[in-house]
Design a protein around this ligand. Sequence first.
Ligand code: GDP
Ligand code: IMO
Ligand code: MG
Length: 428
Amino acid sequence: MNICIVGLQWGDEGKGKIVDRLSEKADLVIRYSGGANAGHTVVRDSSEESFKLHLMPSGILHENVLCVITNGVALDAEVLLGEIAGLKKRGIEAKNNLRISGRAHLVMDYHKKQDQLSEDSLGKAKIGTTVRGIGPCYSDKVMRTTALRVADLQNMDGLKEKLKRIVEYKNTLFAALYDDNEPLEYEPILEKCQYWAEQLAPIIVDTTELLHKAWGQNKNLLFEGAQGTLLDLDHGTFPYVTSSNASAVGLPAATGLPGRAVDRYLGICKAYSTRVGAGPFPSEQDNKIGDYIRDKGHEYGTTTGRPRRCGWFDAVAVEYSIRIGGINEVVMQHLDTLSGLKELKVCTAYHYQGKKLDFFPAEESVLSQVECEYETLTGFDQNLRAVCSFEDLPMAAQQYVQRVEEILGVPIRMVGVGPGREQLVSRG
Ligand code: GDP
Ligand code: IMO
Ligand code: MG
């Protein structure tokens, strides 16, 4: 069974936790898009510190799983090597179980610098990126002549020539556009590349070939989506999105596998909504409710530490994500976080200029002005952290899940009641 995990909101839905959990039955776990902008948390055991993974697939805690980073990823080798070293300290030999694609694009220091310069120059119009160089790296991929791929590390003579040209280009660009007067030096960047080349050489492979072989052998493939559908470059809340196809539609291009290689798309959402960075957020609660959710759910960015914006569950947006991704089943995380609220609200429709909308709007100018129609449900008080079966949840919590399921029209198969690997309640 090949399963793809997809975020249904604006990221941070708890994808890492599900990937870790489902890795028990997977042969390969495949990270196929985004880069170190992602932060996926795995809590193996509540007595130890959590694992915060940015590029490393979240199956890495399972010894028998082969982890794969495919062509669609913007690969920051420094971050990846840091993660490998961090895992080693905790007794996990990640390199033995990791393969990376030669076709993945390298995130360089000048990409991160460009990300920062661009954001600084935009003032109020900034996107609120993670400043991990993602947009600039993918821009260079599309540009082609200014891109470096992982495979370039295997041909140092070629890389030297390209890098020299690219560094000159970036320096000219940064000086002209941003008045930057601290030009990058070619030598230290080259030295870094040489180090990455040595370190990564044994694990660079053609992941397209590897995945086709594994598929042919009926291995269980688990695809780990990053970000969320509403951050998808084409289908998200543009321009306040990331620079890759973070929804399920991105998978074929980002892996080289056809869409039919996936048997089941599992969408992940929270029992409420969060968003980091700028952009429209119709059900946002910039008030005591939002503060309550943020505090109770520890809603601070895994990658940047920024406080996440919080709001009610937006069924219009999630239903849209389900359509875009052909989602078969849903996992709802963080039900425990809603405990203590007297009333729970679910956004069931958008109104724009007095009219009810039929579909999630494409334009930011519309989405930023819609008014939410809410359905109000009864809240619950109990602590859910120790609950092991759906029937043991308080009635109001069960009813909340059932009502959201009804609105979404797709089964909610699992419900999260805490950050731990085991804190997932299965249904039917
Ligand atoms: P990802 O990017 O989708 O993998 O999600 P993140 O790791 O960025 O953010 C999810 C956060 O919620 C992490 O801190 C998780 O440990 C935590 N988490 C996941 N599921 C649950 C849940 O059901 N309840 C609670 N309280 N925390 C959860
Ligand atoms: P995971 O995989 C939440 C957001 C940023 C910003 C926008 C663009 O952990 O769910 P970028 O650095 O990608 O150019 O930033 O996208 N963003 C995320 N938000 N979770 C993520 O990943 C995100 N990756 C990017 O906050 O709004
Ligand atoms: Mg995250």
